[in-house]
Design a protein around this ligand. Sequence first.
Ligand code: PXP
Length: 243
Amino acid sequence: MNLNKQVLLCVNIDHVATLRQARGGIYPSVVEAAQLTESSGADGITIHLREDRRHIQDADVFQLKEIIRGRYTLEMAASQEILEIAKKIKPDLLTIVPEKRQELTTEGGLNVIGNASELKEFLLEVKKANLQASLFIDPDLATIEKAREIGASRIELHTGKYANCPINSPEAESEFQNLKKAAEFAHSIGFIVNAGHGLNLANLPKILQIPNLEELHIGHSIIARAVIVGLNQAVKEIKDILK
Ligand code: PXP
């Protein structure tokens, strides 16, 4: 049963840029990808401007501002350098994530308890700039309480642990229950609750049993699936030239 009648789909297109950066060329275009994504029904576009610029580049952030019609979410570390860029483009939401240079992707939620005073200050600066922030956190009740204490009003629950468990396994059920409890608690104390990471066609339906989710941020599985469902046309187009 889908209790999230209004849950919004924000598609993370970082991996379109990953493909482009693999050759350092101009395609695939993130602008074209964002336009197609939105015209296909997505409610918004999400990108992560990493400090190491491994996929999305500064120019992308500015170009996307011109064409995104729905929600524009910028994922970022709590970094002054990236905040200065965010102030210029004013995305609808800044999702604050922990960032490590060696990681393949965002591996865990923010350590809100261990970095409370730095994050509190960062959130104040975001507020001063008239921007909205969301903290990307693990489904942990003490972390949610601390997030409230330091002035956050939005969170994104990290669904990665759940997503990494085999479908329908007891481990998946246990991680799902953690997410559900966390979402219910956060919503009950006034948070707007988003979720994301590792979600795909197989593990998404169960996530929709969690009530009151506002937005889902999904990237890798959609871009990966697009490769498979798009290959047919891509090969035909080249064959047509060879004929
Ligand atoms: N939410 C956050 C905060 C992320 O950092 C990411 C990955 O960039 C996602 C959602 C999307 O995760 P995935 O690409 O696994 O769908």
